[in-house]
Design a protein around this ligand. Sequence first.
Ligand code: UDX
Length: 430
Amino acid sequence: MNVCVVGTGYVGLVTGVCFADLGNEVICVDKDASKVEMLNNNIMPIYEPGLEEMVRRNREENRISFTTDLATAVKNSLVVFIAVGTPPKDTGETDLCYIEEVAKEIAGHMEKYTIIVNKSTVPVGTGDFVRKTVEHHRRRTIDFDVVSNPEFLKEGSAIADSLNPERIVIGAPNNHVAMALLELYAPLEVPMLITDVESAEMIKYASNAFLATKISFINTIANICERAGADVTAVAKGMGYDSRIGKEFLQAGLGFGGSCFPKDTLSLRHVTREFGEDTAIFDAVIATNEDRVPRFVRRIRQEMGDELKGKTIGILGLAFKANTDDMREAKSVEIIAALQEAGASVKAYDPVSMDVARTMLTGVTFARTAYEAAEGADAVIVVTDWNEFKLLNLEKLGEGMKERVMFDGRNIYHPEKARKFGFRYYSIGR
Ligand code: UDX
């Protein structure tokens, strides 16, 4: 099938290359010419395991191309995916300006029946908005349909998630267009749900908000565990064996960050408010999450004698989670700002997000290894649960430190092990 994907961010790029890998002819469009040039030179704008190799292979076999020319791409495609950014406004409302811009452009360039698919995470009602926008801006009465087909990929495992999704959700206005999308996804042989556009849009928001709720829930339980002398990791494990609960997304820590959960929960709350419905559950999820870092920093101050001025703190991990270089809504940014505000010096290390970090953080010394970040430090803080931190030589780490103090925001060590190496060790909910 001839497919066009507009937007080469996480979702667009991964979706495009996966469709190409399934044998489709894919044109990826981005208005950012430098990004397109990078992609044409096989330089990936994001770090994602397996992506570069997959793009190279499909480019060599002429199944994928990158361009800024939306007009030609639209003319040559039956299915046009919209995968552009949906940033939040100050109110939490999703800004649909990029979606609108693309919808208008598609409308202006369509020459035959086209299926327009919303892949970006968008509030319920956006499909209708896109339909009206295209209707209004098309040059002739060319037929089209607007479909909602939300993406559930996670950064760091985006390709695997796209090729082996737990479900495909297709929100379609009629059977005919649903069948066309089914055909595109048929090779994956995974469960597919066909529903109306609004329900598909709600499935995406409800899923992300539910996962965020699990995280805020277990973090609240962690707070109680800290007071009661219980171990939240054991509690989560015990809960997770119940298949109605499930073990995923019950890892207590510094709260959810990244480009999706924080913004999607705010957006869903905004939509809920607009409909005049009760937002209590979302208020709690958001407030709990927003207190994770302040609470953690309070703990650090308390354990370090309240005085951080003149202290050096080593930060292990800057990315918002492991296996990505993404630092959007990363807890590291918030923690570092609080430490600097309190007068501490910060030395930081991350396996892959150092380049991104240099553009986002000021006054930070960047180390080349975890050991170097700990060198001369009064304490180290584990912010991201990178695998390479899990088996660090704690003796070596501690040797270089002024004092062996560790705040583990991701519970990657066993308290006993850290203590065996002479660390004053603090973790979450244990
Ligand atoms: C998420 C959804 O999982 C994905 O389905 C959707 O398409 C996009 O948003 P992503 O943001 O890539 O994916 O990361 P995810 O692995 O879901 O983690 C989100 C945040 O929650 C991270 O900050 C992570 O550290 C945190 N988290 C996750 C926890 O604190 N505890 C957990 O148990 C799981």
